[in-house]
Design a binder for this molecule. Sequence first.
Ligand code: ZN
Length: 326
Amino acid sequence: MSTGACHKNRLSVIHDDTNYRACRLLQEENDGIDADVRLTYDISVSELDNSAVNTVVSFNLANLLIGALLAALIAGIARRFRSLTISGAIATVLTGTIVFGAGQFLFAVPLIFFFVTSLLLSRLKSPRKSQASQYGQKEGARDLWQVFSNGGTAVICTIIYLITGEVIWFVAYLAAVAEATADTWATEIGMLSASRPFDLITLSKIDAGLSGGVTGLGTFASLAGAFLTALVGGVMYCTVSGNWEALLSMILVAGVSGFAGGLIDSFLGGSVQGQYRCPRCGKRTEKRRHCDYSTELTRGFSFVNNDVINFASTVAAAVTASVFSG
Ligand SMILES: [Zn+2]
């Protein structure tokens, strides 16, 4: 795939036009000196012939309808499992309709992977987990804000891809979905951990279920979630475009960006996110009320809740991926 000296040490083999032109100039010089010394180029995601993908990804009414039906089916199943509130189900149908309508299966499959695995993991119950989940701001079914905070960046990237047709927006999309998966897996699996999480900033042990807490098990789940989502999206892209040489770089860029976004999530969750203390029982919590008392802000900002942090982290993952790809 790569013998080009120009980009040997790049984590991503995606490079921009300037780099590409520099390579060409170098090659032309070499052609003049020695015909046997030829540079070949890295296969870059941005250089790939994207026309195969663009014919698959186009916007029309039929796609919107298929998207709406598919999303309604998934939201309906989630409602049966009591994993979504009514507003969460409506947000899911909206998200699914736009993503499928604009990006079809290429974009829809990674999102479905995130959604279905999150749904299944939320069904994993243990006494430790129910103990841990009571500290969070929201428990049980996800509402509209939780759905949009996880899927909003993905929707924006899908729409920009539809307009520009640039692969970089698919990679950014994939990183945002990988981050949402990483964060959800880390939370759902991390709460099963036998050891208490430690705060990423103070490095002290904290109660399970509080934002900013990190466990070894949760970190492993985060890595697995990010890279499996990246694998699913990468395989989808290569199947549609027919170019399998992009697979490794796509998995690396989206996986690393998604995992990094998950770390940013924990960092922000332990610093700027509002955390409160119950005046009655003294427990730290993310709830505004506890034991029927109004809680007191002890850290962060009251307007920064978990949804804000989740949205910021998916944006961070998408930006990281586009920097790698730039
Ligand atoms: Zn209390």
